[in-house]
Design a protein around this ligand. Structure first.
Ligand code: SF4
Length: 232
């Protein structure tokens, strides 16, 4: 199932005037993003391209205040070529909907753009990217942030936290916190939706989803507060 990323015409929120001292036209930023996406198709900055189907770049328009960053594409994403189209994506969509963000524009991407996996029987099992792979792929994430210019970033899981905030912060101790980032926008730390999926017990899984929704509700409040400040 593909995430229904909202189209610009469906925007419910009006974006305040950009605060960038050198504002660029939205069409210029969209072209910048598309150029980056094209370049990433043939990326060989690390070895992960060798064993995966394709580069899975971020999706969404530049007309958004919110960027969500996950870890890397999974099996379904690798085959379909879109981020968060597998089971974890369904959890994320459910959490975004429950948090009240279903109608908000967002840009959805991963810290690493190729699927890293190892075989287990006939299945391809996810393997966490190394620091050097993360660093190699940061070129694309930085480019996405520069083009989209979100006002709020959400780090979904440990790899995204490392990509956006460096080696210090941890999901375990910083979950639910807004941390300053070198990229400019503050980063909300939360879990990757796949962690919800891995919980076997039904009640515990429900509680984990509720906790993820509570984290994402902070995004709603932060965006509303930024809007108030921009219009006052
Ligand atoms: S994982 Fe990132 S850096 Fe490595 S080959 Fe793919 S796009 Fe390039």
């Amino acid at each position: 199932m593909r995430l229904a990323l909202p189209e610009p015409a469906m925007a419910k929120r009006t974006r305040p005037k950009p605060t960038n001292p050198l504002p660029l036209a939205r069409s210029t930023l969209q072209r910048q993003l598309e150029r980056l996406r094209d370049e990433a198709r043939t990326c060989q900055r690390c070895d992960l391209w060798r064993h995966s189907t394709q580069t899975v770049f971020g999706e969404g328009s530049v007309d958004t205040d919110l960027m969500l960053v996950g870890e890397q594409p999974g099996d379904a994403e690798d085959i379909q070529g879109h981020p968060f189209v597998g089971p974890a994506g369904r959890i994320l969509l459910e959490a975004l909907t429950q948090a009240g963000l279903a109608d908000t524009h967002y840009y959805l991407t991963n810290a690493v753009k190729h699927f890293k996996w190892e075989p287990r029987g006939k299945r391809r099992i996810h393997v966490r990217p190394t620091t050097s792979e993360l660093l190699a792929c940061s070129h694309w994430l930085e480019g996405e942030i520069a083009a989209v210019r979100p006002r709020v970033l959400v780090a979904l899981g440990a790899t995204a936290v490392r990509a956006l905030l460096g080696p210090g912060p941890r999901v375990t101790k910083d979950r639910g916190q807004w941390l300053p980032s070198a990229f400019g926008p503050p980063v909300l730390v939360t879990v990757h939706p796949s962690s919800v999926l891995r919980i076997a017990d039904r009640e515990e899984r429900h509680a984990a989803l509720t906790a993820l929704v509570a984290d994402l509700r902070q995004v709603v409040r932060r965006l509303e507060s930024l809007d108030r400040r921009a219009t006052s």
